[in-house]
Design a protein around this ligand. Sequence first.
Ligand code: ZN
Ligand code: ZN
Length: 559
Amino acid sequence: MTRNNSRSKLSIFALGGLDEIGKNMYVVRYGDDIVVIDAGLMFPEEEMLGIDVVIPDITYLVENREKVRGILLTHGHEDHIGGLPYILRELNVPVYGTKLTMGLVEHKLREAHLLNQTKRILVNNRSEIKLGSMKATFFKTNHSIPDSVGVCLETPEGNVVHTGDFKFDMTPVNGQAADMHKMAEIGKKGVVCLLSDSTNAERAGFTGSERNVGEALEEVFRKSKQRVIVATFASNIHRIQQVVDATALYNRKLAVIGRSMVNVVNIGMELGYLRVPPDLLIDPDEINRMPAHKVAVMSTGSQGEPMSALTRMAHGSHRKIEILPGDTVILAATPIPGNEKLVARTVDQLFRVGANVVYSTNSQHGVHVSGHGSQEDLKLMLNLMKPKFFIPIHGEHRMLRAHSQLAESVGIRPENIFISDNGDVVEFSGGKARYGSKVATGNVLIDGLGVGDVGNIVLRDRKLLSQDGILVVVVTLSKNNGKILSGPDIISRGFVYVRESEKLLEEANRIVTQTMEKCANERVSEWATLKTSIRDALSRFLYDRTRRRPMILPIIMEV
Ligand SMILES: [Zn+2]
Ligand SMILES: [Zn+2]
């Protein structure tokens, strides 16, 4: 307490991850010290046309850059580490993570040419990291990727615990149990505020053990007479391990397909998180040279993504492998909300080409369990930590609500629960907590290589283009008297089929000519005004006739 005066207080807020799934980024500040937990990305919603990824707006951190002591990572999923390559470019601070998490981060940073300039520090559940007036320790959790941890930040105002993503798995695939004793010890010392994962707060019961999936996979492998193709999340190393084990058990060879899957398998093997028997892996080129009952394939595409390996296989457009009648396809993942249609379409197509498809709705086997804790897991965490104050995190608003009800049910006082939005600052001082002034937050859209150079106007244009098409109007005027020399010519793309709409376009032509003549009579000669007049007149006319609003682009030339 010596270096911080009495005005110092503890504040906690999110720059991303509240009322949304993805781009997780939480900030804990005490006095002049800021600690960031996670730096994730989010995949764009459908209306963000052409945007590749979305990251949190980190203006607050950039403005306070000399106070930021580091970024602590809870685990290696994209919604927790995916923003780093963009964020570290603006904010060069040390990054702390466990071995596997750091392995995945290093791969990203190497691709972004940021590896050498980034200070990286490995941590484990025995590490104690001094971050200004705060100290971070870590506890192991169970999740759908190994090496996930929760964070305990010791601050002068008390311990702040951030769970990361977690569930309780009593029989974890890698034998790494969660640090329940350590969690209980932290709880015993006292927790001023708990931030806990709300993803599955609406689901009753405990989340199943990943080991159940292994048994289900083995069952399907045992019954399959031809090739077995398993599609799952590239990042779920536990599941990948179980596919490897089932393949070995039934004397098959395994081909890995999909760039992200190959990458994770390589990093997992290199760092010792995946145990693969020698000679088990084969090159995808060998698939067609081997007897069907000797082959298994593991691939991306469990979400029915149009360009993914599995979807292309189903449509016979994959270069290395085609699904044959009698092959078994396992979709070892449930669709992420919003992807249901894509997945259903892929399943239909797989059935159509004659495959046996095992997926979440038709399997009694249970080829997927979640990596996030259900209601009983969440209550267990609340009971272990016994926090005074509670902030539900990671989730859309209704999930945060459901989680807060769980917290009340185990005895947290309703007035001590803060259901927040990104940017809502909870301030703690002298054992009391209340909302302080808001911090600016937002989405930064990343389109290819550009960071944040696509704004709302560009998005609006793309939306117009995709819905109603574009009309380009070209007119050439005389430099001497402003009279029309040629045109107007109207070029249409994605608006109407020109051959069937000659009359409409002829009329549109007349409208433009009339508008230009009217402008000439009124002695309007600025091009901006001319263009606006053309756009307005044409837009009104076209909406009248077609109920569509194509983008209109007038081009005026002078010769
Ligand atoms: Zn996760
Ligand atoms: Zn997550």
